[in-house]
Design a protein around this ligand. Structure first.
Ligand code: NAD
Length: 367
């Protein structure tokens, strides 16, 4: 493994390997870029087959966070952390407290949150050792479940897409295919139905589908969702669902949803463009969760959170403008918008070197 060669290419600032024998801790914190502010990104626990796999994941995910925060207009950098272990069998108080101490030692350069394999109870242990975690439980003054905000933010991305594609952002005048009606998907469906929209849904969970049918949605099969006659496809379950097999089946005019990594490859983004299907880049559309936790820095406030979600409309619109300006596909325009902001704002100040954050209204303590 040539770590310095790798991070030279990926342009990471810092990679920290964390170990504690007694706690069984094997963790990596990756800080990609702190030009805009402290690196924020979730903690993932996964039974990685090899250390290389864990490293690749944390490098990839932390870089993604830099772009997401930059496009969201937040004064945050990109970071992520991973724990090597099986979330079903390897969790303990000592593990999370040991990791919390490492996060604390970063002096605010890295701020963690929940990600795959981690729940709010695990974060309580991390929170006992460091203030530098967000998305903590509401009983501690945290922001709680971000899903309704992510859904509301996705609706703003849909509006911006409709405006760009049709010159009409009246959500109720169009039809939608929502793939996955879990935490975010169900909230999105409610918002769409409130506007009177025609909504098709699918999910592997029958009960979740039934709840949407009761709201007036039409249920379709898991595979059928790719070819329903709807204006907008909203992937809200899995990644890589926009791929070589599915694109030829699309009758959609717009792809705009909350799922991460919707495009199987960059070429699939180009193919959507070639077919005249407008793609609203996923990480700009689903930034609501990140925006929501970022408000914990100043003291969490739901009204502020909701107001911030509205900026997703302008962020997504700006991506479309850059795509038109530079004659490039929208997925590339999103990256360009992030890079332009980091460069411009980066010229105004030095990299973030760490400071104590204030989290008014929050108290640490045992459960
Ligand atoms: P969730 O697990 O609550 O919901 C996902 C839903 O997809 C579940 O109901 C599941 O049954 C369904 N599903 C799984 N496989 C499916 C398949 N093959 N076809 C159809 N449905 C399937 O997760 P969530 O929190 O709602 O997140 C949904 C997506 O949005 C994920 O990609 C997530 O990474 C992304 N996201 C979520 C947030 C957030 O605030 N929760 C923020 C940003 C991005």
């Amino acid at each position: 493994m040539h770590l310095f060669e790798t991070i030279h290419t990926t342009e990471h600032e810092q990679v920290v390997f964390c170990h504690n024998k007694d706690a069984g801790l094997k963790g990596i914190i990756a800080i990609h870029n702190t030009t805009l502010g402290p690196a924020l990104g979730g903690l993932r626990m996964w039974p990685y087959a090899t250390e290389q796999e864990a490293l690749d994941d944390v490098l990839r995910l932390s870089r993604g966070m830099t772009y997401k925060a930059a496009v969201a207009g937040l004064n945050l950098g990109g970071g992520k952390s991973v724990l090597i272990g099986d979330p079903r069998t390897d969790k303990s108080e000592a593990l999370f407290r040991a990791f919390g101490r490492f996060i604390d030692s970063m002096n605010g350069r890295y701020i963690t949150a929940e990600d795959v394999g981690i729940d709010v109870n695990d974060m309580e242990y991390v929170f006992q050792e460091t203030d530098n975690c967000v998305g903590v439980h509401q009983v501690h003054g945290g922001s709680g479940d971000p899903s309704p905000f992510t859904a509301f933010g996705t609706l703003q991305g849909i509006r911006a897409s409709l405006q760009h594609k049709f010159g009409n952002e009246d959500v109720g005048s169009f039809s939608y295919a929502v793939q996955g009606v879990g935490h975010v998907g169900y909230e999105l469906v409610k918002l769409l139905r409130n506007e009177g929209a025609k909504v098709f849904v699918t999910d592997i969970n029958e009960e979740a589908v039934q709840a949407c049918v009761e709201l007036g949605c039409e249920a379709v099969g898991l595979d059928e969702i790719y070819e329903v006659d709807a204006d907008v496809f909203c992937p809200t379950a899995l990644g890589a669902v926009v791929n070589e097999q599915t694109i030829p089946r699309f009758k959609f005019k717009v792809v705009c949803g909350a799922a991460n990594n919707q495009l199987a490859t960059d070429q699939c983004g180009d193919e959507l463009e070639n077919r005249g299907i407008l793609y609203a880049p996923d990480y700009a559309v689903n930034a609501g969760g990140l925006m929501n936790v970022s408000i914990e820095f100043e003291g969490y406030n739901r009204e502020r959170a909701k107001r911030m979600m509205r900026t997703i409309y302008y962020n997504v619109s700006k991506i479309f403008q850059i795509a038109d300006r530079d004659g490039i596909p929208t997925w590339k325009a999103a990256d360009r918008m992030a890079e332009e902001r980091i460069t411009t704002i980066g010229k105004l100040k030095l990299p973030f070197m760490g400071r104590a954050h204030r989290f008014p209204g929050r108290e640490r303590g045992n459960h």
